[in-house]
Write a protein that binds this ligand. Structure first.
Ligand code: FBP
Length: 255
């Protein structure tokens, strides 16, 4: 519901620039390209190339709203650091109401870790997020990453398809999932998600930008709705980040 807030033309295609890794992974992700530690780097790319929205935790969203208010924001409502190594739980940190009324969110996002021993808690929180988002009129993007002791292979096609289906069953508008290994498997993942649109989760930077672009091309051929990508963009120096952004937006949004 409410996808027109992200996609006024109703084409069902999205290119999100993910920038929550400072919390999820830590500042090591910025070391290769120190400029990327400031949100100015991604805000400028988003403004220049027309990404659908940039993904921020609430603190960075506040700063970004001051720095570049015109760039659309997708607020990540839950989050965690990477220091804890047990089965993951990512608590709700920012209510939908705050994301919409104080941070001017175009959409909200929440990471689910199906298979974690904390799955019931996250499912309950997410179900409430979906209901709140309905009241406030914003679309919901679910990061769905099966993970924990019970999950042997989080990129097996049946596991990724299950992830996409969970997003649909729980009411997400868009599911963000890992690459299941090949185009036909991604097609199955999209079918499993029924009306929930499926976008690719970027992953670690590929050595050559072309490798990532080829992957995104396969995603779109398989019925994917686009991408939510971070490191593959902003871990590259500015000129390369601009070049890959141009391609990503062209392929994902069909521009
Ligand atoms: P990348 O494109 O950099 O992989 O970002 C996508 C993303 O989902 C981020 O939003 C999030 O911070 C990170 O990946 C989580 O990655 P991990 O698989 O390590 O939990």
């Amino acid at each position: 519901m409410f996808l027109e807030r992200l996609d006024s033309a109703g084409r069902g295609r999205f290119a999100f620039l993910a920038y929550d890794q400072g919390l999820e992974h830590g500042p090591a992700d910025f070391r290769g390209n120190p400029e990327s530690a400031s949100p100015r780097f991604v805000l400028e790319l988003a403004r220049q190339f027309g990404y659908t929205a940039v993904v921020f935790q609430q603190g960075v969203a506040q700063a970004s709203r001051r720095l570049c208010p015109e760039v659309p924001r997708l607020i990540k409502l839950n989050g965690k650091a990477s220091l804890w190594k047990g089965d993951p739980y990512s608590p709700l940190l920012c209510p939908v109401e705050h994301a919409v009324s104080e941070l001017d969110a175009r959409a909200v996002g929440y990471t689910l870790y199906p298979g974690s021993e904390h799955e019931p808690l996250m499912f309950r929180e997410f179900a409430q997020v979906v209901r709140d988002a309905g009241r406030f009129g914003v679309p919901v993007v679910a990061w769905v990453y099966p993970r924990g002791k019970a999950v042997a292979n989080d990129s097996a096609p049946e596991v990724v398809a299950y992830a996409a289906r969970i997003a649909y069953e729980l009411g997400a508008d868009i599911a963000k999932v890992k690459w299941p290994g090949d185009r036909e498997s991604f097609r199955w993942v999209c079918q499993a998600a029924a009306e929930t649109r499926v976008v690719l989760s970027g992953g670690p930077s590929t050595e050559l930008p072309r490798e990532f672009i080829d992957l995104l091309t396969q995603v779109m051929e398989a019925g994917g709705a686009g991408v939510a990508v971070g490191r593959n963009v902003w871990q590259r120096p500015l000129a390369e980040a601009q070049a890959i952004s141009k391609e990503i937006v062209r392929i994902a949004l069909g521009r």
